[in-house]
Ligand binder design. Structure first.
Ligand code: C5P
Length: 313
């Protein structure tokens, strides 16, 4: 783990990862994106992004996955900060410290989380007075799931995933995430999904979230939610990484209430009955040698929020 000090005057924002409880992928649109119907849940794996005025743009990587953070203009936190600077004509450069505990390229919105965090942090540092709707609009230009990471909790996503609607939900859910050493590229997984559908001459209906999943969330019943987990990108992720199917099946055999590839993968998310059950499942999966890195988390949790600010609020 890399430890890097936070600069004086920095604004730090804490931001969660997400899992898609259900991800229905509709037809490919003319802009290349796919129409989605999805239900997101924010989970308690967090990045922290700190921004401070600096005499040039720089990224300071830190945390569990520090060595996997891009430090160039490809970094979504940098793109988000530059977007805000350009839009509000702020002629300043920033040092952006990213403390990364969300798996990279794992289907848990790690890059999107940093973009959401940078938006909130810059808004605060530069005192722009934007409301959540204005931030969400900017967020959507940076990535399909960035608006959800701003809001957190549970939400339904439509359009390309950026249009959010609240869902009725109760209870706290306990997850085990099986993390792979190497990520999967989101565009490649969507392209594989298209290829498999074309090969099978599959009918692609307009996507809809299932009533079973909504009922499971309303009742807070983990067994019902486990049975309703679904991801249309799963066949594509399995096709690109066949060992993920074995991992998913093993977790369910070891007692998970349900197992599903998270987003575009390769992280596999397992829902368990309780905190204790998540510990037991972690032990079984670790002993199976099917994956190297396991993380436990609970959901839902809050979206991006300021944790320290020179303004003291
Ligand atoms: O919006 P985001 O930058 O996260 O999307 C990354 C890539 O994932 C897109 O370039 C596209 O290939 C694919 N994608 C898609 N349909 C969506 C969301 C993402 O095809 N609704």
């Amino acid at each position: 783990m890399t430890v890097a000090p936070t600069l004086p005057g920095a604004v730090t924002v804490r931001v969660p990862a997400k899992v898609n409880l259900e991800l229905r992928v509709g037809p490919r649109r003319s802009d290349g994106f796919h129409t989605l119907a999805t239900v997101y849940q924010a989970v308690s794996l967090h990045d922290e992004v700190s921004v401070a005025r600096w005499d040039e743009w720089q990224v300071v990587p830190a945390g569990t996955y520090a060595d996997r953070i891009p430090t160039d203009g490809d970094n979504l936190a940098v793109r988000a900060a530059r977007l805000v600077a350009e839009r509000w004509a702020v002629d300043e450069s920033l040092s952006i410290r990213i403390d990364k505990d969300i798996p990279v390229a794992g289907g848990m919105a790690g890059g999107s989380a940093d973009a959401a965090a940078a938006l909130v942090a810059c808004e605060q540092l530069w005192g722009l007075g934007l409301d959540r709707d204005e931030l969400a609009e900017l967020a959507a230009t940076l990535g399909s799931d960035v608006p959800f990471i701003l809001s957190g909790g549970n939400a339904m996503g439509s359009g390309r995933g950026e249009q959010l609607a609240p869902v009725l939900a109760r209870g706290t859910f306990h997850w085990v995430f099986a993390i792979s050493d190497t990520g999967l590229s989101t565009p490649e997984v969507y392209a594989e999904c298209d290829r498999l559908r074309e090969r099978d001459d599959a009918d692609v209906p307009d996507p809809r979230v299932s009533p079973e999943l909504m009922a499971a969330l309303r009742s807070g019943d983990p067994a019902a939610l486990g049975a309703a987990l679904h991801n249309d990108l799963e066949p594509a992720a399995f096709s690109l990484r066949p060992q993920l199917r074995e991992l998913r099946d093993a977790g369910v055999e070891f007692g998970a209430l349900g197992g599903v590839v998270s987003g575009s993968g390769p992280t596999v998310a397992f829902l368990t009955e309780s905190h204790e059950a998540s510990l037991d499942l972690s032990v079984s999966l670790a002993a199976s040698d099917l994956c190297r890195d396991l993380r436990r988390a609970k959901g839902p949790v809050h979206g991006a929020h300021v944790v320290t600010s020179p303004r003291g609020d």
